[in-house]
Each structure stands twice: as C-alpha cells, then as structure tokens.
Design a protein around this ligand. Structure first.
Ligand code: PMP
Length: 412
C-alpha cells in the first residue's frame, strides 16, 4: 500500500516531527495505534516544555520580575489561541483544567450543585465515557435527581427520537460526547443542543475525542459548556480546557478555593476574582499550558481538514481489510464516524489479541475503554481498538491487519 490516497498530507515529513515514532518495540518498529488514549507529541511541543524550564521558569500573574512577565505572557497566549481554536467569544470563557475529566467535574460541582434539585433530570447517553457518567451519578444521588440515558442502537448511533422523548420540563442538563472514544461515532450535537435548549436545558459537550478531529466552534454550536484534554491533541498531559458561556461562568459558585481565584480575603468574607481566574485556584500547570499552544499551532500548520481526510481514509482502509477476517465483528458502524476502528473476534478475548500485537510492536488499546455500560449494551467484555492520528500510514494498517491474522492463527 502507499500514501497516495491522501496526497495532500506529507505523512513522512509529519512523522519526522515526532521523535518517539523512531523507536522500536519488542524488536519491531513502533506502530502506534492508541491515539484515542493519548496522541504522541511533536518535538516542538517537547521543546516548548523544556524551553520554559530552561529559560523562564517563574510563577505567573503575581510576579513583577522579567521572567514572571514572560511566563505570564506565554501562558495567556495559550488561552487566546484556545479561544480562537474553538470559536469562543472571549478568552475569559476559557478555563484551564487538568483535562476533560476535571472540566466535567468542575461543572458538576459548581453549576450542578447550584442548579440541580430534587426531581430534576440530567440526560446522558449509553456511549459516555465514565468521566461523563460518574460525576452526574454522584450529583443525582446527592440531590435526589434523575439520570436518564439515551440508548445506542446496533450501529452505535444514538436514537434522536428517543432523546426527544426523554426531554421534559424537568430536564436541566444534557451532557453528551461529541465523538465516542469506543465507537468513533460522531453524534449530531448541534441538533441535540437545539432540542435541549428548546426544552430549557443546558448542554455540556465532551470534546475529548472531537477537538482533535473535527472543527469546533462553540458559538456556532451554541453549547453551554465544552470540555477537552490537551494530551489527545498532540499536547502535554495534565492540561485541558473547560469552555463555558460567560454569563453561566459568572453566575456559578467557585470550585476550588486558594490563591489567584480571590479578589480580597478577610476572615469575615472573601470576594472572588474575575473570569477566568475565578476557577483557577493555585499555581497552574504552567509549562504544559504554554506547550499546548505549540500543539495547536502544529495542528493548524498542517490543517485539520487534511488531517481528517487522511484519518478517514485510514479508518475506511482498516475497516475494509479487518472485515474480511473470519469471525471478526466491527463494533460501531455509524454513518458518521471518525478516527478509530473497534472490533471483537469470536472466541478470542480482546486482551489476548492486544498482547500478541504488542509482541509485534503494534500498540492498540483493548478493554472497555472506560465505557463499561456501552460494552454491556453490546454484550462484550471489551474491544480491540485501533485509533489513528495524522502520522499513521497505510503500511501501519497493513501491519495491524497482518498482525491480527497472525494472532487469530495462534489463538484459535
Ligand atoms: N471523554 C472521552 C470521550 C474520552 O475519550 C476521555 C479520555 N479517554 C475522557 C473523556 C477523559 O479524558 P481525560 O482522561 O483526559 O480527562
């Protein structure tokens, strides 16, 4: 196979930017197909982290010395870049978090505590990641509220008709994943947001998987909250983003208390800082936040459209070949799907395939992918998931398919 299917994307040059792709695993060249778990980092991102520590390590916002100013400027430059990247009206609406999980929890522990009361309803779906289930479950238990679930059909799509029926005057929030990390399904979030708003509910979008593959414009979508993680978009771990509409963020109670989030503290009463600092207590993850801008710059220098086109071709190519393997079943056949292929094989446990692929230097993810209710719905213990990024090649898909053939021969 060759790379001519996506002629506009120079995959070989892109690969040169990622040092880790040169390594060997178990005596084989690394074939990294676990990008939905975390993407690899280009050298520019790695350098941005070490440049900060080597050149201008200082705490931000409070210092008046030169390095503090340089660090603050670089840190705030990321906020501006993110605001543009996701189409926010203002960088005041960009809150830095540790990742998607913390972003969702922030909303549950602030907006949720303030707005969810006994008998209220929160709607999520059967394909949610645990981080978009458990915070709402905890909140509903505490408040005596009701968690309602949109079912997933055999193709791995949400039933829009059932969703509409689940909406009632008691629905306060719909919290939904834009792209499923287990199925690759792209959910019709625009339509979901529209319907939810008609019913008077707020909407949170889990953008952990979508922000790297789809063009995001939060104003256009009109979502109330949008959460994503830096590490899935070629940036560092430990930094993520929560977008919220300004009026909501202003009205919400504070999350964590501490330095930076205050205006004035007395023992009698404390007043809080303005947005976005109100939600950023303590010293943040400065180096990684600065490097997140470098990751976004890198993605944009290549072009999300070209990357997506390439990844869609990889998914199609992998699907076609994998489907030919006897006993193999693709889990997740949505019409609108990106970035990954999940599958099971009759009479073989997914982790056995994963282990044999690892022996061949091929990194895939096996298991429930933090979506246990979804696995239950398909009545499977888990899947083998190959997930793609801009640097993956068709030859790597060939290696995966050959590896699966070999694994089946050994295991059956
Ligand atoms: N939601 C989805 C759809 C995900 O794929 C993930 C990460 N696997 C998360 C939420 C949680 O992201 P993080 O672990 O970076 O907080």
């Amino acid at each position: 196979m060759n790379n001519t299917v996506s002629p506009a994307l120079d995959v070989n040059t892109i690969r040169d930017a990622f040092p880790i792709l040169q390594r060997q695993v178990n005596g084989h060249p690394l074939v990294y197909l676990d990008n939905a778990a975390t993407a690899q980092k280009p050298l520019s991102v790695i350098d941005a982290i070490s440049d900060y520590y080597k050149g201008y390590n200082a705490n931000i916002h409070r210092g008046i010395h030169r390095m503090a100013e340089e660090a603050t400027t670089a840190f705030e430059a990321t906020r501006k870049t993110i605001a543009r990247f996701i189409g926010a009206a203002s960088s005041d609406e960009i809150i830095f978090t540790r990742g998607t999980t913390e972003g969702i929890n922030l909303v549950a522990y602030t907006w949720g505590k303030q707005n969810i009361n006994k008998g209220d309803e929160i709607i999520i779906s059967e394909m949610e990641h645990h981080s978009n289930i458990v915070p709402w479950q905890v909140l509903c238990q505490e408040k005596n509220a009701v968690l309602k679930i949109i079912p997933v059909d055999d193709n791995g799509e949400l039933s829009f008709e059932i969703f509409k029926k689940l909406l009632t005057p008691h629905t306060k929030l719909v919290s939904i994943v834009q792209v499923s990390n287990s199925l690759g399904t792209v959910n019709p979030v625009r339509e979901i947001i529209e319907e939810a708003h008609k019913a008077g509910a707020r909407v949170l979008i889990d953008g952990a998987q979508s922000s790297v593959h789809l063009d995001i414009n939060v104003q256009d979508l009109d979502c109330d909250f949008f959460a994503f993680s830096g590490h899935k978009i070629y940036g560092p771990t430990g930094v993520g983003v929560l977008y919220g509409k300004k009026d909501l963020l202003e009205a919400m109670p504070v999350f964590q208390g501490g330095g930076e989030m205050i205006n004035e503290v007395t023992f009698k009463q404390t007043t809080y800082n303005e947005l976005p600092y109100k939600y950023e207590a303590g010293t943040p993850n400065i180096a990684d936040t600065i490097a997140l801008k470098t990751a976004i710059d890198f993605v944009e220098s290549i072009g999300k459209d070209l990357i997506r086109e390439h990844e869609v071709e990889l998914v199609k190519y992998a699907t076609r070949q994998l489907e030919d393997i006897s006993g193999l079943r693709i889990i997740g056949k949505a019409n609108n799907k990106v970035s990954l292929v999940s599958f099971v094989i009759d009479n073989i446990h997914p982790s056995d395939i994963g282990t044999l692929l690892d022996n061949m230097g091929i990194a895939v993810r096996t298991g429930h992918h933090c979506t246990q209710p979804l696995m239950k719905r398909f009545d499977i213990p888990g899947t083998v998931r190959a997930s793609f990024a801009m640097y993956n090649t068709f030859e790597e898909v060939d290696a995966l398919v050959a590896g699966v053939h070999k694994a089946v021969k050994i295991l059956l």
